[in-house]
Design a binder for this molecule. Sequence first.
Ligand SMILES: *Cc1c(COP(=O)(O)O)cnc(C)c1O
Length: 386
Amino acid sequence: MKYIPYGRQSIDERDIKEVVSVLRSDFVTQGPKVKEFEDTLASFCGAKYVVALSSGTAALHLACLAAGIENGDEVITSPLTFAASANCVLYCQGVPKFTDIDPLTLNIDPDLLENAITKKTKAIIPVDFAGLPCDYQRISEIASKKNLTVIQDAAHSLGAEYKIGKQWFKVGNGQHSDMTIFSFHPVKLITTGEGGAVATNNKKLYERLLALRAHGIYKDKKTAAKGLWYYEMRDLGFNYRLTDVQSALGISQLKKAELFVKERRELAQTYSQYLSAVENIVLPPEPSGKKSAWHIYPVRIKKSVNPLGKRKAVFDSLRKEGIGVQVHYIPVYFHPFYQKMGYKMGLCPRAEDYYKRAFSLPLYPGLAPSEVKSIVRKLIAILKYA
Ligand SMILES: *Cc1c(COP(=O)(O)O)cnc(C)c1O
């Protein structure tokens, strides 16, 4: 029986050809492909600047540093995310503050967000869960009123769109957040193996991110005056560079990004059609004015109909059938590391309730509609007996 994972990359012969040609060239890293990838990604999402990095986690880390997060600064994020969205705050000695989700969108609740802001709050990291953009109109209004930096965790939502007024905006356009981070891990919309990026419209942030990517080293007019060999390390940066080999893959993948989004949207629609009549399942949301990139297709068992604990039975049975369901996510502060820091269970009841009942069904370009049908058929049978 073929195991169907919850997500996977889609790499074709053209991608391979592009990578091989870089391997035969003069540069395998720090050559022309990195900038070409950055420019292509900037024009894809409508941002002024993009800095390509070695991972989405590196992108979150540098975005926090560029935002000036330091000792004791509070940064608000969603509990329903991968740990990296909060870990990046800890890397900078900041304090992650988890604000509960809106039970309808599964994204951070803007009403709760406003109340969570204190004198110490410096930034917000909204996460576009499952590929659905957050309420950026509200979030950007709140942020500008309180002078906060918005770092959009768009690891799930490259290619997604949201509407404000009559206008549609592509995620990463930079008009409603200061920085947007992307990940190119193989389960994400496009892949570079490992990889990530920050998009921004702010030149100062862009220049800071560029320097932090390479040890905090600057080479500019001031250093040039001292000699051609001369450079200065002015900040404590890192080696978070993406290679030319990876960038070549990224450029080639980006050419198919729109197609990937289209295919994901169609597969999600197929799931929704088949599952809409299934009594005990709540489907993932896509409110009007949003076009999700459908990174995952997370369903949950209805609260009213089923006792808790049923999720495990359903999950295990699906895995036994070779269906690679996954749970997105264990609330970040449930992890022992966060528990040791003193975060209390019960902090975000909606995210906790969601977590107990949720699981994600396989979704990726190349998954056949017939496979979706068979997954749904198995799920329905399992739900009857679980
Ligand atoms: C994947 C992911 C990241 C981290 O990306 P990496 O490239 O794996 O470091 C961050 N946030 C979210 C929500 C993610 O899904």
